[in-house]
Design a protein around this ligand. Sequence first.
Ligand code: NAP
Length: 241
Amino acid sequence: MKKVLITGANKSIGFETARQLLKQGYFIYLGARDKAKGEEAVAKLKEEGLTNLEAIQIDVTNLTSIEAAARQIDSLDVLINNAGISGSFPQTALEAKTDTIREVFDTNFFGVINVTQAFISTLKKSSEPRIVNVTSGLGSLTLHSDPNWKYYKVKSAAYGPSKSALNAYTIVLAYELQDTAFKVNAVDPGYTATDFNHHNGPGTVEDAAARIVKYATIGQEGPTGGFFSDDNNPETGVSPW
Ligand code: NAP
């Protein structure tokens, strides 16, 4: 049975991703920074008859927590770097506090790097390792510099740049792993109704999770080093960087 670690999986998109992968027969390490919330989420899925999972305490901004989680997992096929925050507002270029920007980068960028580095040796033991970095269209420099893009006016000096940096890291990571069995991709789940945006997004967690699951389970013929979002090109799913 293939094993998956999802960070920030106690609710919303991460939780639904866990549910969908459990239904496909994967074992899930359900990552939560708050162990109690993780246990609650696990209990909820077990009530649905989905039993191949356990909660793992992992705060992606805390190296001690990441290393402790890595010591508990000795076999892993898929890493889904899903945990993310928007940060407080205002996020205008002229008013955003650099402390806010650092806080957002700590979770959305440095957190992903620390988690990836902590789990890479375990992932390398898998015959078909996969890494999905959950990004956002707001991280696409091409899109958010295009006045015709539907979210052109949604600007953020902390969140968007943190996802642009994550995208850049994804390219470097995929490049380094290109001659291996790894598939490393950035996936935008789409603007989705969750706590993240006070449930303002038009998309559903089911659809958002399905986009992530697609690249978490992609075959050896699948892409690596890509940025995918059904929002921009539903046919190919390819998003401009
Ligand atoms: P959400 O409802 O706010 O859930 C975020 C999850 O991340 C929660 O489980 C949260 O834990 C966890 N988290 C936050 N900081 C963490 C940390 N330091 N360590 C570990 N876990 C942490 O957000 P969501 O909408 O599901 O978003 C999931 C991902 O999709 C994020 O990367 C987000 O940027 C991306 N995304 C979302 C949308 C959207 O419209 N919703 C669009 C594009 C991309 P707690 O419960 O403890 O807070």
